[in-house]
Design a protein around this ligand. Structure first.
Ligand code: CAA
Ligand code: NAP
Length: 255
C-alpha cells in the first residue's frame, strides 16, 4: 500500500531503462514522481514515446508524470523546472540519470562525440542541480543523486568522453555536498557496473560477452537493484550520507 510522502522527485532520462525502474520504485514508496524525457522539438517521436510510456506505467498502477526538456541545455532545463514547479511543486529529490554513450577510441573520436557526451552526462548535472538547489536550501531538505558509472572510476577502452563526464560527477558531488551539508541536503553519486538496459545491449555482442565474463558476480545488474539504492539515498534514513560514492557493480571494481 502506497503512502504519499509529499515529496517531489525528478528523474532525468526517466523513461529509459534505469530511469523507469527508479520512477517505479520512488512512486511505490510514496514520492510524487516526474520523469523527464528529451525535448520534443528535436523529434516528435520522443513526445509520442513518452505518452506511450506513461500509459504503460498507468496500466501497472504507477502514476508518474512526464515532462519534456533537454537537460544538456540550460534554457530548456529552466523551462522544464518552471513547469514542474507550477504543476507538482519544487523538486525535493533530483536524480541526475540522463546519459548517453558515443564510444570510440580517442584517435577516432569526433568533437561532436566528445561534446555531446560531456553536455548530456555532465553539464546536465550543473543545469539541473543549479536550478533546484536554492529551493532545497530554503526548505532545509533535499537530495541530489548523480548516476555515475564504474567506468568513471576505472576508465574504459573507447570511453574517454564518457569516463571524463562520469568521474567529473564525483568532484561536483563532493563540492556541492560541502556547500549544502548544513542545510539538510545530501549530494551523492552511485556508480553502477554493467546493468541490463539498451545502453549495454548496444555494445557489440562479442565485446559485451567479454565484459560480462569479467564480472565476478557472473551477470549484468538489474535496473531494479539500482533503483532500491536510489530510494535508500532519497529516504530520511540516509540523511548522514553525503559526498559519498556508492558502487553497485557485482564486484567488477573494488576500491
Ligand atoms: N582493451 C584493450 N584493447 C582493446 C579493447 C579493450 N577493452 N577493446 C578493443 N581493443 C583493441 C582491439 O583488440 C583492436 O586491436 P587491434 O587493432 O590490434 O586488433 C583495437 O582495440 C580496435 O578495436 P575495435 O575493433 O573494437 O575498434 P572499434 O573502433 O571498432 O570499436 C569501441 C571501438 C566502439 C570502443 C569498441 O571497442 C567497444 O564497443 N568497446 C566497449 C566499450 C564499452 O565498454 N562501452 C560501455 C558502454 S555501456 C556503459 O557505458 C554503461 C556503463 O556505465 C557501464
Ligand atoms: P537508457 O535506457 O539509454 O536511458 C538514458 C535516458 O536518458 C534515455 O531515456 C535518454 O533518452 C535520456 N536522455 C539522453 N539525453 C538526454 C537529454 N539531453 N535530455 C533528457 N534526457 C536525455 O540508458 P540507461 O542504461 O538507463 O542509463 C541511465 C543512466 O545510467 C545513464 O546516465 C548511464 O550513463 C548510467 N549508467 C548506465 C549503466 C548501464 O550499464 N546501463 C551503467 C552505469 C551507469 P533517449 O531514449 O531519447 O535517448
Amino acid at each position: 500500500m502506497r503512502t504519499p510522502n509529499n515529496k517531489v522527485a525528478l528523474v532525468t532520462g526517466g523513461t529509459g531503462g534505469i530511469g523507469t525502474a527508479i520512477c517505479e520504485c520512488l512512486y511505490k514508496n510514496g514520492f510524487t514522481v516526474v520523469a523527464n524525457y528529451r525535448d520534443f522539438t528535436k523529434a516528435m517521436k520522443w513526445r509520442e514515446e513518452a505518452k506511450k510510456w506513461r500509459d504503460d506505467q498507468l496500466k501497472m498502477g504507477i502514476d508518474v508524470k512526464v515532462v519534456e526538456g533537454n537537460v544538456s541545455d540550460f534554457k530548456s532545463t529552466e523551462k522544464m523546472m518552471k513547469e514542474i514547479s507550477e504543476k507538482s511543486g519544487p523538486v525535493d529529490v533530483l536524480v541526475n540519470n540522463a546519459g548517453i554513450t558515443r564510444d570510440a577510441p580517442l584517435h577516432k573520436m569526433t568533437p561532436e562525440q566528445w561534446y555531446e557526451v560531456i553536455d548530456t552526462n555532465l553539464n546536465s548535472v550543473f543545469n539541473c542541480s543549479r536550478l533546484v538547489v536554492e529551493s532545497m536550501i530554503s526548505k532545509g531538505w533535499g537530495r541530489i543523486i548523480n548516476i555515475s558509472s564504474v567506468n568513471g572510476q576505472k576508465g574504459q577502452f573507447g570511453q574517454t568522453n564518457y569516463s571524463t563526464a562520469k568521474s567529473g560527477m564525483y568532484g561536483f558531488s563532493k563540492s556541492l555536498a560541502l556547500e549544502t551539508a548544513k542545510k539538510g541536503i545530501t549530494v551523492n553519486t552511485i556508480s553502477p557496473g554493467y546493468i541490463s538496459t539498451s545502453m549495454v545491449m548496444a555494445i557489440k555482442e562479442e565485446i559485451r560477452e567479454k565484459i560480462v565474463a569479467q564480472i565476478p558476480a557472473g551477470r549484468l545488474g538489474t535496473p531494479e537493484e539500482l533503483a532500491k539504492l536510489v530510494f535508500y539515498l532519497a529516504s530520511d534514513d540516509a540523511r548522514y550520507i553525503t559526498g559519498a560514492n556508492l558502487a553497485i557493480n557485482g564486484g567488477l571494481h573494488m576500491y
